[in-house]
Design a protein around this ligand. Sequence first.
Ligand code: NDP
Length: 483
Amino acid sequence: MTQIQNFIGGKFVDALQGATLDLVDPSCGRVFGSLPESKTEDVDAAVQSALAAFSEWSSLGPVHRASWLNKLADAIEANLTELALAESMDTGKPLSVARTIDIPRAVSNFRFFAGAILHDTSEAYVDRPSVLNYTLRQPLGVVGCISPWNLPLYLFSWKIAPALASGNCVVGKPSEVTPLTAFLLSKICADIGFPDGVLNIVHGAGPSAGAALVAHPDVKAISFTGGTATGKTIAKVASESLKKVSLELGGKNPTIIFDDADLEAASNAAIEAAFSNQGQICLCGSRILIQESVFERVKAKLVNGAQALTIGDPLDPETKIGAIVSRDHLDKILHHIEIARQDGGRVLTGGVRVAQKGRCKNGFFLAPTLIDNLAATCTTNQDEIFGPVATLIPFKTEGEAIQIANGTRYGLSASVWTKDLNTANRVSEALSSGIVWVNCWMHRDLRTPFGGVKESGVGREGGTYALRFFTEAKNVCIKTTSL
Ligand code: NDP
């Protein structure tokens, strides 16, 4: 059995009250360990150790901090096999995905921000020959990083890397559902002698450990990725102490396929966008908008594509669709499918649990599901399901596609498929969305702004956007008196 502990001030400790939560492998429904159920006093201990470490870490300078981040990246890379297995076991995602995407991406997050901080620049304004203004960008102090269960180490490192690079000390709270790789990261920190107290990791439930971090008076900023409802709660609580907040929230992202697109490429990408990571990525394209003249052709390709995905044991290299992250989440997705049926939705493929044999017979597997015949305004097309469920919606004109695409409370990302550059430019400009991909999906460059509009979030992560979030700008104005 795996026993996860908090990592506070460089030491491994249990929750002060000693309570624990179960760790469950969703591919077989088996409890394989426990994690501390931390409360306010555990969070406070972590914040105190971060405060104690801040002066030394922040004055270390970018070169030394970058060197520590590179050491972390190297050590994660050296432990790729163990980390990938742990990520797969915790989330139910195919091991091949954890090996080739999740863990390598955590490595590149640390390497990227190690490089970014060395190349970070600041503004200077010469007013008159004798007056110079320049901007100092100073770390905030102790910051909180709260991450979700879908891409655990990938998203955790996406937050803590820029926070550490810019000189802050961190208290991280991974999701209680998938804490294992964050725990292994704390072991890596201990192994490489990472300075005590600079990165603290507290495990536990969101409404207790997470909420205590958000409310803590000595925490200067919260970087949060998770659901919109949680994000709103965090924004409210954080406003009490006027903390900075960065909120990366849910999405109901459209994949828009025009009739002049390369339909083969568009259909393949739409399948990938709908079902990668069992549809549990905030960027997943859960609404597939198809121009009426090619609707039936694309529909046939999509149904074939969904049925070709191999569902099975995440440890099997052939598996494309692993388990849903938890029993609760599986039930929630099935409930959404039931609502779609009641609203007249036609399930074209999937819509049911998939039984597995052997090791995975009690796992939480769901067939990739495509549904059509639903109004763009119905619940299924408005609410984030966050599972392997996508709808097909026909449209006649560019204007109608934009109207449907923008017709939800979310605005995270969109993927537009057309060969016409004018269409691509017009539609990209008109979409209420933080990210637009044209003739691709989820192509990521870590320098670009990442985030959403409307209920998909506040603020941007990535490149200098993240470094700006984790620092405070101070203007220094110098007047030189003449001789
Ligand atoms: P949640 O909002 O439930 O949880 C996210 C994190 O917040 C977890 O660590 C959770 O802890 C914690 N948390 C929960 N309640 C509170 C609280 N009151 N105060 C502080 N922290 C709290 O989201 P999920 O983990 O279910 O993740 C899925 C959601 O994340 C989806 O909506 C998805 O779209 C969104 N997401 C957004 C991304 C983006 O970049 N925009 C990327 C990935 C996901 P615990 O789990 O222990 O309860």
